[in-house]
Design a protein around this ligand. Sequence first.
Ligand code: SAM
Ligand code: SF4
Length: 328
Amino acid sequence: MPRDGHGRIIDYLRISVMDRCNLRCSYCMPLEGLKFLPEDQLLTAAEIQMVVEAAVNCGFRKFRITGGEPTLRKDLLQIIGGMRSVAPDADIAMTSNGILLPGLAADLKKEGLDRVNIHLDTLDDQRLRQIMRLADLDKIMAGIEAASDAGLTPIKLNSVVVRGVNDMDVVEMARLTIDRPIHVRFIELMPFGSGEPEEIAQQKVVPSADSHSSIESALGDLTPVPAKDPSDESRNYQLKNAVGTIGFISPVSDPFCAFCNRVRLSAEGKLLLCLLRDDEADLRSVIRSGMGIAGIQSALEAAIMKKPVGHALDQGIHASRRMHEIGG
Ligand code: SAM
Ligand code: SF4
């Protein structure tokens, strides 16, 4: 198992395959002034496969495809198939806004994808258009249905809670877990990258404790569900007699840096060592240097040793990349 310089086991690689998106969520991408990577700078499916093979050799056991919106990649099936061929026993998941899943879910499963997390901030169509701009509730619901039919389960729904926009909707989102086997996770807004002044974005952060008490007031007690994996960033609960579960991810009010087990690969091949800091290593030049899997493996191990101990969001320090470039 690879360990970083602080003794943490690092065995989870999140791979962004695309910085573009078919939505413009208000906290992730401004509507204007965006610059995207040229296609020829994106890692190819074969290059992603090489990184995954090197990571498996290091001891990585979990992979997640993300973006931008990963389903916009024309060669997504090839990417997943290539990953599965070199990581037969790994957990391979994907995070998506779900819109293009109806045409893809069954083939993704066939290529070896295990499960998906789908991003849905509210069940109110009007507020959805306000927060996940360009989104359409029916299309996201169809994506959830398709993922479920294809067996890309257990499905997790990710909901970013924004004060004054969808904080009143946590109850209806939580209610979904009563008769469906899904895991709804409420994520605290990370207040940067939206294009608006950060002091305004900070006022929109809703601490997980507030979402937790809104749900308990409306739907009854939340019973803690013990973590199966200590590096799970989500604190999990269940409503009485519910089939599914509810989670709270609290990067602002309760960072889980001490248990962090992950690094990220950006779409252009930078290894990002922390979600909220700029520390990175250039893997693409190693991949394209001809040093092969062994060279990538050494570069990965050397970079992991430099993973920072934690973030400093409370001091206003954060990564200069936006979330759609990092992969969330
Ligand atoms: N497009 C896919 C999606 O939306 O799930 C994958 C990429 S997106 C960057 C990954 C996750 O980042 C999203 O599910 C969203 O919950 C989260 N995210 C984006 N911007 C965020 C922010 N400012 N604060 C908290 N979470 C954010
Ligand atoms: Fe696109 Fe995901 Fe960012 Fe929303 S959060 S704009 S769906 S990348």
